[in-house]
Design a protein around this ligand. Structure first.
Ligand code: ADP
Ligand code: ADP
Length: 227
């Protein structure tokens, strides 16, 4: 069970005179698929990165199940993040790319092996575990990035434009895969995109952002049928 609460969240980068996120308020229910949508620069990534702990929260409270998370280190959050550029290590095999976060957290070797092999099985990557990222297709690289998140066995998934480097056809196929993973793993997912169709097809609730503010929150029907 996870309930995420974001209360009066503000972000001001030191080198930026404007606020990047202003008075962001959102309660996320267990197992919801939330999509942040809006034009480039509206504050989607910044908000996601604050939830991951990759950026400090300037003001406000972020909590999970009532526990204040603002000062919890990223590695101690029950949160896994998938990045737009995949952030794979080119010199490491698929296995080691997926294992990396677990090694960092000092997981036992057999546990690492079993988690990586299980994730590879879910993602259809078993035969590619010994390859380097350069020897994979775009879709396979994307799956490795997902695999890295899956092995964490985290309750919360954060995804920052994970499909934007793929061609249109693959993008549509991967949408369905991500939706399926969300069900299968019973995660709570926050997904960032500038693509309205992606938001429409994937979200339980959409958060429309503009200039650092929340403009609207609702189901896809509510958001896109409103005048
Ligand atoms: P989005 O993800 O919606 O494209 P971002 O969260 O990346 O938006 O950016 C929101 C605002 O914060 C933008 O005006 C951007 O220029 C600014 N910004 C993002 N990262 C930094 C940073 N590291 N330093 C200063 N300003 C930043
Ligand atoms: P050791 O060889 O020290 O007993 P392991 O058998 O756990 O350790 O794995 C060593 C390395 O072998 C891992 O870091 C990984 O690179 C690779 N490896 C382990 N299992 C697989 C697998 N199923 N497919 C591809 N590579 C693997």
């Amino acid at each position: 069970m996870v309930e995420i609460a974001l209360k009066n969240i503000y972000k001001k980068y030191e080198n930026n005179e404007n606020y990047s996120v202003t008075d962001f308020n959102l309660n996320i229910k267990d197992h919801e698929f939330i999509v942040f949508v809006g034009p480039s620069g509206c504050g989607k990534s910044t908000t996601l990165r604050m939830i991951a702990g990759l950026e400090d929260i300037s003001e406000g409270e972020f909590s999970i199940n009532g526990k204040l998370m603002n000062d919890v280190a990223p590695k101690d959050r029950d949160i896994a993040m998938v990045f737009q550029n995949y952030a794979l290590y080119p010199h490491m095999t698929v296995f080691d790319n997926m294992a990396f976060g677990l090694k960092l957290r000092k997981f036992d070797k057999n546990e690492i092996k079993s988690r990586v092999e299980n994730a590879a099985d879910i993602l259809g990557l078993t035969e590619y575990l010994g390859r380097k990222p350069a020897a994979l297709s775009g879709g396979q690289r994307q799956r490795v990035a997902l695999g890295r998140a899956i092995v964490r066995d985290a309750q919360v998934f954060l995804m920052d434009e994970p499909l934007s480097n793929l061609d249109a056809k693959l993008r549509v196929a991967m949408r369905a895969e991500i939706a399926k993973l969300h069900q299968q793993l019973n995660t709570t997912t926050i997904y960032v995109t500038h693509d309205q169709t992606e938001a429409m097809t994937m979200a339980d609730r959409i958060v429309i952002m503009k200039d650092g503010f929340i403009q609207q929150i609702g189901s896809p029907q509510e958001v896109y049928n409103s005048p």
